[in-house]
Write a protein that binds this ligand. Structure first.
Ligand code: KIV
Ligand code: ZN
Length: 511
């Protein structure tokens, strides 16, 4: 029979701990709601003793979240435990999570005490917390570096005192999978009443093994995995829950399941990345922008013939629309035709050989090719794809703390147009001015500014995505002046939109 894995999310505690500034209660509530709708079993909402704000937010979340169990962190101190209770008592389902370090390095140099005193304290505090709830988790901080016999003593004590979940954190991300497996197996074998509790694992990613260690630990008998969305957390981060979830889902043969709503994964990841202001690496497993994008011509050809050749996950499962091909000069004819098919163009309406030759030439010049570029190459006989309809003649932006005013002069084909508009910031003002000039009904859906080079010689690169008539258009702008880079990116996008409109007109004319 398949065994359920309990998912314990600590994005709001271990994850938040690693951010440069604390999340306010509105942001924490938004994340908690996303975690709840994703089906997370236990949400660690914070460390209530750490600050009045953390306490208040935990309390507020306890009044909102109904379907996930809530948990608060406490050191082995009465006042910490009292605070967790006070903040979560309104929730019908809460857990107190107590921790104390158990490894020699922590006991001797950080706590300046002895293992015996640590054990006494653990027993006393777990019993103390039991007056508030039966659901007590105890974490042996730095458990993975605790000598195994000491760890057995601690775990036995915690169970005897009434802990119902015992967590063995790899606090510094030091373990190799086999070593972690051996620790969990040993505890399962040696401790008499180990079946009275759930063994939990909490892995950090210092050596890049957090997810692997967590998966190995459940093979050894652990039944709860702790982690964060996108793997955010102290230093190199925590175990990324979306990776664990999809690993268990994909490798069904390993016989574990979770109660996750898979189609909420992508959205939750986006929310956490935006709120915490931590962009994802394009290669981040599961949720990185490259995770379902195929570049090599051989791979794209394989995917068209059978998706399973190069994809072990289905992007639609995590709430993403579909697999994408990265159309570049490495792509083959099959990928070009595939994209034309996706857009609904029958093969007798264009010449695939000519299109492919033109595609390769443009891709060599431009890098990435989008669907609207393909349409333009296939159907736009009169328009030169290198000629821009819109170009910048002049711009001026003035800003103060309340308002920005942009003035733009653009060449629009044979005309020159001048307009001005106000906005909440410089980009907003430019954008509104552009709408006045072009009358396009457009929506800016993505704006990314990155510094190329980190010195005073740095160049700003602006990448934007604009939605127009249900299609997405891209624009890129580079300049030492980031406002100018924004103007250039928007104009670049406008030219793509204009070309696409011409294509549609041509198609209609020829029908
Ligand atoms: O990494 C760790 O040891 C922790 C504990 C508090 C569980 O975050
Ligand atoms: Zn941790």
């Amino acid at each position: 029979m398949k065994k359920k894995i309990i998912l314990f999310d600590t994005t709001l505690r271990d994850g938040e701990q690693s951010l440069k500034s604390n999340l306010n209660n509105k942001k924490k509530i938004e994340i908690a709601l996303a975690l709840e709708s994703m089906g997370i079993d236990i949400i660690e909402v914070g460390f209530p003793i750490s600050s009045p704000a953390d306490y208040q937010t935990s309390k507020q979340i306890s009044q909102i979240i109904k379907n996930s169990k809530l948990c608060g962190l406490a050191r082995c101190k009465e006042k910490d435990i009292d605070m967790v209770y006070q903040s979560l008592k309104n929730s019908n389902n809460f857990r107190i999570h107590i921790f104390l370090a158990t490894s020699p390095i922590h006991i001797i140099t950080k706590l300046k005490t002895t293992l015996n005193k640590v054990i006494e304290k653990i027993s006393f505090m777990i019993k103390y917390a039991r007056k508030y709830t039966d659901d007590i988790e105890f974490s042996c901080e730095d458990g993975s570096r605790t000598p195994i016999n000491d760890l057995c003593l601690v775990v036995q004590t915690a169970i005897n005192a009434g802990a119902t979940t015992i967590n063995i954190p790899d606090t510094v991300g030091y373990m190799f999978p086999q070593e972690y497996y051996n620790i969990i197996s040993y505890l399962k074998k040696k401790i008499d009443n180990i079946d009275k509790c759930i063994i939990s694992v909490h892995t950090h990613n210092d050596l890049g093994m957090a997810v692997g260690n967590a998966i190995t630990a459940i093979n050894a008998g652990a039944r709860q995995i702790e982690g964060t969305i996108n793997g955010i957390g102290e230093r190199a981060g925590n175990c990324a829950l979306e990776e664990v979830i999809m690993a268990l889902y994909t490798r069904k043969n390993i016989n574990f399941f979770t109660n996750i709503n898979y189609n909420k994964i992508y959205n939750t990841s986006k929310i956490v990345s935006r709120i915490c202001n931590i962009p994802l690496s394009i290669h981040k497993p599961i949720v990185g922008s490259n995770a379902f994008s195929h570049s090599s011509g051989i791979h794209q050809d394989g995917m068209i013939k059978n998706k399973k050749t190069y994809e072990i996950l289905n992007p639609e499962n995590i709430g993403l629309s579909k697999t994408e091909f990265n159309l570049t000069s490495k792509s083959g004819r099959a990928a070009v035709k595939f994209h034309m098919d996706l857009m609904g163009y029958k093969k007798n309406t264009y010449n695939i050989n000519k299109l492919y030759n033109d595609f390769i030439k443009l891709a060599d010049k431009k890098g990435q090719i989008f669907n609207y570029d393909l349409e333009s190459l296939a159907f736009n006989n009169e328009i030169d794809n290198n000629t821009d309809y819109y170009s910048l003649k002049y711009f001026n932006v003035q800003s103060n703390s309340n308002i920005s005013i942009a003035t733009l002069k653009l060449t629009c084909g044979k005309l020159i147009k001048l307009e001005a508009a106000t906005g909440l910031g410089p980009v907003d003002a430019i954008y509104k001015t552009i709408i006045r000039i072009t009358n396009y009904n457009i929506k800016l859906i993505k704006y990314i500014l990155i510094a190329k080079n980190h010195t005073e010689k740095s160049i700003g690169e602006v990448n934007i995505k604009i939605q127009y008539k249900k299609k997405i258009f891209n624009g890129i702008g580079l300049s030492k002046d980031i406002i100018k880079a924004s103007v250039i990116a928007i104009i670049n996008c406008l030219n793509n939109i204009w070309r696409s409109d011409q294509v549609q007109k041509n198609i209609l004319k020829n029908q």
